[in-house]
Design a protein around this ligand. Sequence first.
Ligand code: NAP
Length: 311
Amino acid sequence: MKTFNLGPTDLEVPAVVTGVMRIQDKTDDEVRSLFHASREAGIDFFDHADIYGDAPFHGCERRFAEALGLTTSEREEIVLQTKAGIVKDGPYFDFSYHHLVCQVEGSLRALDTDYIDVLLLHRPDALVEPEEVARAFDKLSSTGKVLHFGVSNHTPGQIELLKRYVDQPIVANQLQLSITHAPIIAQGVAANMAGLDQSASRDLGMLDYCRLNDITVQAWSPFQAGFFTGVFLGNPDYPELNAVIDRLAAKYDVRPEGIATAWITRHPANMQVVLGTTTPDRVTWAAAGADVVLTRPEWYELYRAAGYLVP
Ligand SMILES: NC(=O)c1ccc[n+]([C@@H]2O[C@H](COP(=O)([O-])OP(=O)(O)OC[C@H]3O[C@@H](n4cnc5c(N)ncnc54)[C@H](OP(=O)(O)O)[C@@H]3O)[C@@H](O)[C@H]2O)c1
């Protein structure tokens, strides 16, 4: 498994991580199998959020902890990342001091741990008061409850605003990215093209900003065609893309999931692929893709086959 440091930290992290947004209804055995398949594939990093699961808060975090019952030393072997800032019953966003601190306390209880390795602000709060975020991060950091801080779905300007007040480095930005949903990459490729939707800048140069500022990009929904619209793998709506994926899978002796992963890990920004599958074999197949280094023509062929223009 390819590894690198998370943002500017000393924390060495894998290129593929296991997201556990979909484990609420899984049995103890199923959660354990997912965990063990992840560990065997070199994944020691698990992505949570306070809102994952059926309950208003902490459903999947609790399911994870209850099913695994990790000892203290087992817990110290893994990286637990979680997120806060979304209130599902609304919905609305809340980056207030009180909300962030309370949510982390809830995550600590649900995960049955003393510390969160990485806390992400889940989605930008239009009413953000960065001084409040700074106060919350200081409290969580000084009490040892959170070791590192990051964001998700944030633009460069939103991060700059936080950075003006927050002392801790922003180490990660988790963004939606798959071969078929790649606006963070595609807009730059088609820069300066008139009348082309692909060239419209919707995130204001997020990817370049993250690379320039040593912020690790984490790719969520790496197999989804769109916003939770189902996977593109084996999807009859994407015959050309699947033909290329299947050909490359045969060439590199991996499953199609490995090629979908490799397209993201091939990017030189050192991105992390955040898997959402609950199927242990799919974790194994996807993780194997991190060892495949696609050639430049192959990477661009996948990109074109997904419908993006190379002007
Ligand atoms: N920051 C954010 O705003 C945000 C938003 C959404 C998600 N996330 C994070 O990203 C993670 C991944 O999101 P996601 O679950 O939407 O991503 P995904 O990995 O693209 O999709 C996984 C889903 O696709 C299904 N699937 C069907 N065929 C598959 C195949 N061949 N290979 C892999 N999966 C297949 C899986 O079913 P099975 O389980 O039956 O295999 C599962 O339901 C989440 O767990 C969460 O941690 C973050």
